[in-house]
Design a protein around this ligand. Structure first.
Ligand code: CA
Length: 322
């Protein structure tokens, strides 16, 4: 495949039970951002640490990674570029957490994709995921740094048990927890027709793989991304939901002029509610009736533990609780 043409849709939504969206995402694409043609950097992050902390961590991580990629001269070494950028983000979150007692517990996951010609470089920390949809098949490309994923690898849990386990949101690796972080990287070769999905567990916890695959192949990428968010909300929307969907087509194809790859650097998050509305535990679990009223009345009820589901915790926070 020659230099690919990339179409991208990015969405984030607080879901139906949370007032604060702790997820963030961003992208860097196109020659105007200093990148080679047919290339892009895409990031999704899921903050942890509670109100006024998780969203700070995820936003700071995304901004730091985008800045690092925008000002790099290392495009010849894309793996190092992603790893260095994420390590820089870890430093930024770690330092900020130590400067402000209110942010002391904050951290974030991150999954980052860098596309350069037909190469897809990925890097992750935590349990936000990258998927490939090729010829209708969904394949998870990243390894989760979560307690349940480790238990599956060790043969302690089955995949189905892990999917419904009450501790499925406990992660053992995150940005901001320590002065250094172990970043895992991956490399794949893209084909025309591929779709790459970066997402948080607010999507994958509630939407079955087969439906994710089906929705990702919706021809219009914007519509596909909207349908992914709706699918999670139709299943109770217990957690913040973020999806970045990238459609890869041959650079030889004439792109639809209405659909251009964005040439900009952008970090987006939903505005947080003001901080003076009560204890964070209540805020995190109180149903949002005004949003819930818009949900499909025929949708399935949220899982029984929906109020707790998706509340990301670090390994030691789980252990402390136990
Ligand atoms: Ca989450």
């Amino acid at each position: 495949m020659s230099t690919p043409h990339l179409m991208v849709a990015q969405r984030t939504d607080p879901g139906l039970l949370r007032e604060v969206n702790e997820d963030s995402y961003g992208l860097l694409a196109g020659p105007q951002a200093g990148l080679p043609p047919g290339s892009g950097v895409y990031i999704v992050a899921d903050g942890l640490g509670g109100h006024a902390a998780g969203d700070v961590a995820s936003r700071l991580a995304v901004e730091t990674i985008l800045q690092a990629c925008a000002h790099t001269s290392s495009w010849g070494h894309p793996h190092d570029l992603l790893r260095d950028a994420i390590e820089e983000a870890n430093n930024a979150v770690y330092r900020r957490a130590r400067q402000d007692a209110a942010l002391a517990e904050m951290g974030t996951t991150v999954v980052a994709a860098l596309i350069l010609d037909d190469m897809l470089m990925l890097a992750n920390v935590g349990d936000s995921r990258a998927y490939l949809v090729r010829e209708g098949e969904l394949q998870q490309l990243t390894r989760d740094h979560s307690w349940v994923a480790k238990a599956v690898e060790d043969g302690v849990l089955t995949r189905e048990q892990a999917r419904h386990h009450p501790d499925r949101n406990v992660i053992y690796r995150s940005l901001g927890a320590a002065s250094s972080v172990d970043v895992q990287t991956y490399e794949y070769r893209l084909q025309a027709g591929d779709r790459i999905l970066l997402c948080t567990d607010g999507l994958t916890d509630v939407v079955p793989d087969a439906l994710i695959a089906e929705l990702c192949t919706t021809p219009d990428v914007d519509e596909a991304a909207d349908r992914l968010i709706s699918a999670a909300n139709n299943r109770g929307g217990p957690d913040n939901i973020t999806a970045t969907l990238i459609a890869v087509s041959s650079g030889d194809a004439v792109p639809n002029p209405r659909r251009v790859t964005p040439h900009r650097m952008e970090t987006v998050r939903r505005p947080s509610a003001p901080p003076s509305q009560g204890p964070s535990a209540e805020r995190a679990t109180r149903p949002r009736t005004e949003t819930a009223a818009k949900a499909d009345p025929n949708s399935k009820a949220p899982p029984e533990d929906a109020t707790a589901a998706g509340k990301k915790r670090r390994w030691w926070q789980r252990r402390r609780r136990g």
